[in-house]
Design a protein around this ligand. Sequence first.
Ligand code: ADP
Ligand code: MG
Length: 322
Amino acid sequence: ETLINRIAAGEVVERPASALKELVENSLDAGARQVTVRLSGGGLDGIEVTDDGCGMRPDEIALALERHATSKLPDEHIELVATLGFRGEALPSIASVSRLTLESRPRGADAGWRRVVDHGTVTAEGPAALPPGTRIRVEDLFGKIPARRKFLRSARSEYAACLDVVRRLAMARPEVGFVLEHDGRRVLAVQPGDSLPHRVAQLVARELADDGVVIELERGAARLSGVAGLPTFNRGVADHQYLFVNGRPVKDRLLVGAVRGAYADMLARDRHAVLALFLDIPPEDVDVNVHPAKTEVRFRDPAFVRGFIVSGLRHALDSAGQ
Ligand code: ADP
Ligand code: MG
């Protein structure tokens, strides 16, 4: 059991940022309105995610830490993307390669419960004092797996990857408030109930708030929305493209290529478009399960998706530029 968990863990959890992504996605799935992330040493020394979501009872806590114990298994495949997680392996995987402390209190319960799992073994359990919601702390990640630990980068680059995860999820969910602290310093705080352009502007580029081109397009059952920077104020950074498929942050080659195609001839060679783009298409037209880290997608009709983005985005930029 533990061996299987450790093998699977390598797929789901490659580094602090991938563990963080799973934890924050769970908070969002739990209906949180506020998510607070505390990191130390770029997440290598500790990751803590606190939310005000639905919480778990003691029996649900035990279940959540067992393999394939998802509460989100869909009846039909179409529901697969309705919630961000559906595999039921993130928590047990993380708990098999770290010391994980899970504390949770359902709304309406007058106390919380804590369970500590140290590299796959339950080491402590008992009552916990916390407000309604869930707090999960991950320490000593890969501490007993030197082969993995060796491949981790510096605290600085692990921190950068964690910041990127929080940014993308915060952008995908402007209705949720996010706080990120690193080594005791607050590095990001956005209020719940933001509009998308305001949220994107706060997280990426202030210019987008006033001068960004707001995209709102439909073609058949597909929808494209978001905010895109005009070529005039785009920058020399490739990192500021935030792409989402059905609400899920992705880094997909086809989408990146389509964006480049839309801006072709508009941008100087050393400039990059700053944008946040949300593609919503029927779940049966996309497979989000290509990669365990779930950032790559496979489209049933790639040519349609590419054409929709290139022509839609280009049209929006052209009309804004006039
Ligand atoms: P999945 O998200 O794929 O279901 P996970 O291993 O990530 O699998 O989580 C297992 C289960 O634990 C979830 O299905 C959910 O019921 C519960 N859970 C995890 N995190 C939270 C949270 N922050 N708040 C409430 N429930 C949670
Ligand atoms: Mg999950």
